[in-house]
Unconditional design. Structure first.
Length: 335
């Protein structure tokens, strides 16, 4: 990993601002890229306030920067010293990131992760998954979401959370639960049926379940799911204490993911382990393109209540993205 050396002429040279709406999945993608680049980073969780919040996001980018930033609430200061790099994630952060780019002096490099839904020329680079169908000379296309899953991080996570799997038999099946979204449903009945099918699988294979819910997993759905796996050896993260998410991926022999979450599926296939997709009720063409691509890559298969064995190269384009950005910042010359 390369690290930029600060100089007297550029006091902010080794700083990255990650600009998001505070959503965990968004922040994780920004952190993944910042860490791969090798720069220190600061998380800026932003929200537009006042009358400007009613202005369509595609129009917000044309509001003068100083005026716009006066309407942005943030957990940290959005003033100087300015960052060398601005990493924004998700559409809610687009206008703030561009305002910061214009007002920073010297001007920061601006990289947006995901489709910004504004003219691409406003950013220096766009990092977008192939299934978003975004194309342009400044677009870096990835197989899925950028992520932090590496062999080293998985190994480290094992050491921190070995107690949670003590006594749980193999095969250990990690279950990554999503939930309701604009495109998909995950009711209590859906969750109960899913729990029953996993309980049957674990019982038939004499294995165990390692379960982690997400922010979209409703409490009623989680309770229904939990009831139906109660008699199977299992661990369910209850949301308190340190998040064992990476450890569950590390300890798993196989992974089952609800298909609503591109982020969780991409992180799961970063392990190189068999990944099964549990379809939820609903429809998203973008989501369908993503899952089709992952199946063709040999990384995932539909969840059908049985375990199989296959192999593929772990999928992680984060380092490829980081290499391009390091080059644009001139960091390779300072390694």
């Amino acid at each position: 990993m390369n690290h930029l050396r600060s100089t007297k002429d550029d006091r902010r040279a080794d700083i990255t601002w990650i600009v998001t709406d505070g959503t965990v999945g968004m922040e994780a993608q920004g952190i993944a890229v910042a860490e791969a680049i090798g720069l220190r980073y600061s998380l800026k969780r932003v929200q537009v306030t006042g009358p400007l919040r009613w202005l369509p996001k595609q129009m917000q980018i044309y509001v003068p920067s100083a005026r716009y930033l006066r309407s942005v609430a943030s957990n940290e200061s959005l003033g100087p010293p300015w960052p060398r790099l601005i990493l924004s994630v998700g559409q809610r952060s687009v206008a703030t990131a561009l305002a910061l780019k214009r007002i920073s002096e010297p001007q920061a490099l601006a990289v947006h992760i995901q489709n910004p839904s504004v003219p691409l020329r406003h950013f220096d680079w766009i990092v977008a998954p192939v299934h978003d169908a975004v194309s342009g000379s400044n677009v870096l296309a990835t197989m899925g979401a950028v992520h932090r899953i590496t062999p080293a991080r998985l190994s480290e996570a094992k050491g921190h959370f070995s107690d949670i799997v003590e006594g749980l038999p193999h095969p250990r099946i990690a279950v990554l639960l999503g939930g309701r979204s604009r495109a998909f449903e995950f009711t209590s009945d859906d969750a109960a049926q899913f729990g029953s099918s996993l309980a049957l699988l674990a019982s038939a294979s004499l294995g165990s379940l390692l379960v982690t819910p997400s922010q979209r997993t409703g409490p009623e759905a989680l309770a229904a799911f939990s009831r139906n796996i109660a008699n199977i050896p299992h661990f369910i993260w209850n949301g308190t204490g340190a998040n064992p998410y990476l450890a569950l991926l590390a300890f798993a022999d196989a992974i089952v993911v609800t298909g609503d979450s591109v982020n969780m599926v991409t992180e799961a296939v970063g392990t190189g382990k068999p990944v099964y997709i549990k379809s939820l009720r609903g429809k998203s063409r973008r989501n369908e393109r993503f899952h089709s691509m992952m199946r063709k890559a040999g990384a995932t298969r539909p969840f059908a209540g049985r375990l199989e064995s296959w192999s593929y190269a772990p999928i992680n384009d984060t380092e490829l993205v980081a290499t391009v950005i390091r080059r644009a910042l001139g960091l390779d010359q300072l390694a």
